[in-house]
Design a protein around this ligand. Structure first.
Ligand code: BEZ
Length: 253
């Protein structure tokens, strides 16, 4: 997974939309009392807490120790563990796996699906949402072009944004039946007005900017703002061109 060092309080303050939008995904999951549910990529634990409030037994995992530390402090009665989405296992299987805004961070989606399949009971469900094909394409292209112009090199985004066809095929290959899949545009208003896009790039695009000196980083961010302003800046706010892939799939068996 691309390495990010998460500042969890800035994540919660400025980017609360990640879990606010995720509440709709909890409704789609429809957790039942007594069900055993894994929250894969639980971040600071807010959605795990929503799932637990419906009476399910939740375990939250995240690859970031900082996220897990904050989740444990905020929700001490829930269970959270540091674990990588591409390398996890549990001795007791789950009725459902829930995952919001995580699966686009994996380098190897097949490894993640191997872990997911092995961790679900037969007939268990995966309810997931993450970036789909074309997600934040305006921002990514502007960043790639700005870095190429300033540094003379092309960087890959490092994110995995598959199409419905690609991901549904992977799910079928790994023993799932796909019941629903939706690719939809969700322009997302970023907090703090003029600062919004810069904040977003520093929080989520850290792995793209990390190798740049501070002054170059600042020039890249300025160029990204200039290149995207006409499309993404409206009425005093930046709107990131999010495009989500939302799906429900059942493990055959
Ligand atoms: C997303 O949730 O789609 C996303 C978040 C951060 C970076 C890229 C994508």
């Amino acid at each position: 997974m691309p390495e990010n060092t998460w500042d969890t309080s800035l994540y919660d303050q400025r980017h609360a939309f990640v879990f606010e939008f995720g509440k709709g995904l909890v409704s789609l999951l429809d957790p039942q009392p007594g069900e055993r549910i894994l929250d894969l990529g639980c971040g600071t634990g807010h959605l795990a807490s929503e799932i637990a409030a419906r009476g399910a037994h939740v375990v939250g995992i995240d690859s970031s120790p900082a996220m897990i530390e904050t989740a444990r402090q905020t929700y001490p009665s829930l269970t959270f563990q540091v674990a990588d989405a591409q390398n996890f296992s549990f001795s007791e299987p789950f009725d459902a796996i829930f995952s919001n805004a995580t699966l686009h961070w994996v380098n190897d989606p097949e490894k993640a699906l191997e872990c997911i399949t092995a961790t679900l009971k037969p007939g268990g469900r995966l309810v997931a949402e993450f970036g789909g094909k074309g997600n934040v394409a305006t921002i990514v292209t502007a960043a790639q072009e700005a870095i190429e112009e300033i540094e003379g090199s092309w960087v890959e985004s490092g994110w995995y944004f598959p199409s419905i066809g690609e991901y549904a095929s992977l799910l079928e290959k790994h023993g799932f039946e796909v019941h629903s899949a939706l690719l939809y545009d969700r322009p997302t208003r970023l907090e703090e007005g003029e600062q919004g896009l810069s904040n977003w790039l520093k929080m989520f695009g850290e792995h793209i900017l990390v190798s740049l000196d501070d002054d170059i980083k600042q020039r890249v961010i300025q160029q990204v703002e200039e290149r995207t302003r006409s499309k993404l800046f409206k009425d005093g706010y930046w709107f990131a061109d999010y495009r989500r892939l939302r799906l429900t799939a059942y493990k055959v068996g």
